[in-house]
Design a binder for this molecule. Structure first.
Ligand code: CA
Length: 225
C-alpha cells in the first residue's frame, strides 16, 4: 500500500513519513500542492493524506485537481482548523474523510484502514504460516478459523515474526524493527507485547509459535502446532 502525504510543515511531514513506514506503508511525500497533484497522478498511489493549509495551491484546490483525474482515489484531509464549514467544504469537494490536528497516530491509521477497505484489495496480501493467516492490508489475523483481534502494534510484531521464521531475533532487533523510534530506552516493551501476543494467539493454552530463547531473544517457529 503506497501513501502520498502532502504537508508543508516539515516536522509533521517527517513524523508522518516515519510513522507510516513503521506501520508498513510505502510513503511518498510532497511539501507543496503542486508536487502533490503531480505525485497523486501515479497509479501506484493508493491513498492521499492532504493538508488543507498549503502555501501555494491550498488543499481544496489540490483535492479538486486530484479528483478530476483520479475520482476513486481515497483522500483523507488534515487540518488544524476544527470549524464545521471547513469540514463540510472538504467533504463536499470529495474528500473521503477529515482529521483535525493534532491527532493520535493510531486514529490516523484506523481511518486510513477504513478508507482502503473500500478499495478492491489486490491478491497476495495474505501471509499464511503454520495455521496462522495475516491479511496485511486489512490487518486481520486468523488462527485456523478463529479471528484474532490484535492492536496495531501487536499486529506489527506478529508480522515481523512471521516474516523472519526460524531466526534468533534479539530484543533490540525487534525494538528497532517494530517500534523504530517510539519507545523508552531500556524498556521491556518487547517482552510485554510478546506476552500479549501469546495470550491472544493461544487463549486456551494452545502451543505458541513464539519461542523464548533465554538471554538471546525470541524465535518464531513456523511449524508450531
Ligand atoms: Ca500546512
Amino acid at each position: 500500500m503506497r501513501v502520498l502525504a502532502v504537508e508543508d510543515e516539515p516536522r509533521l511531514l517527517s513524523m508522518l513519513e516515519r510513522g507510516l513506514a513503521a506501520a508498513g506503508y510505502q510513503v511518498e511525500t510532497a511539501a507543496n500542492g503542486e508536487d502533490g497533484v503531480v505525485l497523486a497522478d501515479d497509479e501506484a498511489i493508493d491513498l492521499v493524506l492532504l493538508d488543507i493549509a498549503l502555501p501555494d495551491l491550498d488543499g481544496h484546490e489540490v483535492l479538486a485537481r486530484i479528483r478530476a483525474r483520479r475520482p476513486a482515489l481515497p483522500v483523507l484531509m488534515l487540518t488544524a482548523r476544527a470549524d464545521l464549514d471547513h469540514k463540510v467544504r472538504a467533504l463536499d469537494a470529495g474528500a473521503d474523510d477529515y482529521l483535525t490536528k493534532p491527532f493520535a497516530f493510531e486514529e490516523l491509521l484506523a481511518r486510513m484502514r477504513a478508507l482502503t477497505r473500500r478499495v478492491d484489495e489486490p491478491s497476495g496480501t495474505v501471509l499464511g504460516v503454520g495455521g496462522l493467516r495475516l491479511d496485511l492490508l486489512a490487518r486481520r489475523v486468523w488462527r485456523g478459523e478463529r479471528a484474532v483481534e490484535l492492536s496495531n502494534r501487536e499486529f506489527a510484531l506478529l508480522e515481523y515474526f512471521v516474516r523472519h521464521p526460524d531466526q534468533v531475533l534479539s530484543r533490540s532487533q525487534i525494538l528497532f524493527a517494530v517500534w523504530e523510534y517510539d519507545y523508552e530506552p531500556g524498556s521491556n516493551v518487547v517482552d510485554v507485547y510478546v506476552r500479549y501476543l501469546r495470550r491472544k494467539l493461544s487463549p486456551g493454552g494452545e502451543p505458541s509459535p513464539i519461542v523464548t530463547l533465554r538471554g538471546a531473544g525470541y524465535r518464531f517457529d513456523p511449524r508450531f502446532g
